[in-house]
Design a protein around this ligand. Structure first.
Ligand code: NI
Length: 137
């Protein structure tokens, strides 16, 4: 089993806010991440795919195919968007980095499986110091 990785980047804005809570409670939990008009990040999305090496190609999966899948399923939907408002597959979901990882997994896993490989993990780098990693469960 070999693991391959591909990184893509996107810029997006979000606001962490729970509509069921008071402004004070949102401020207490989310701090400046709850500021009314949101804030932006230059996110990095790193996808790890695993599989056996195909003896004909020497590849686990063609990285061009992985790049295309990442763009088609995720990047073109989220890049330069407001994650609270603009992305149909995130509607009603708190756009925390944790929830982004789960939502991206659900879109990427079937497309990668269709190419004969297996999604192993999703890492999202939100800031210089904050990362989320998800293994599908
Ligand atoms: Ni943020």
């Amino acid at each position: 089993m070999v693991y391959i990785q591909r990184r893509e980047t996107f810029s997006a804005s979000h606001r962490l806010y729970n509509a069921a809570w008071s402004d004070d409670q949102n401020e207490a939990v989310f701090g400046k991440c709850s500021n009314r008009y949101g804030h932006g990040h230059n996110f990095q999305l790193i996808v790890t795919v695993k599989g056996d090496v195909n003896p004909d190609t020497g590849f686990v999966m063609n990285l061009v195919d992985l790049k295309d899948i990442m763009h088609r399923e995720v990047i073109e939907h989220v890049d330069h968007r407001n994650l609270n408002e603009d992305v149909p597959f995130l509607k009603g979901i708190q756009p925390s980095t944790e929830n982004l990882a789960i939502a991206f997994w659900d879109r990427l896993a079937p497309a990668i499986a269709a190419k004969g490989a297996q999604l192993h993990s999703i890492r999202i780098i939100e800031t210089e110091n904050n990362f989320v990693e998800y293994f599908g469960a």
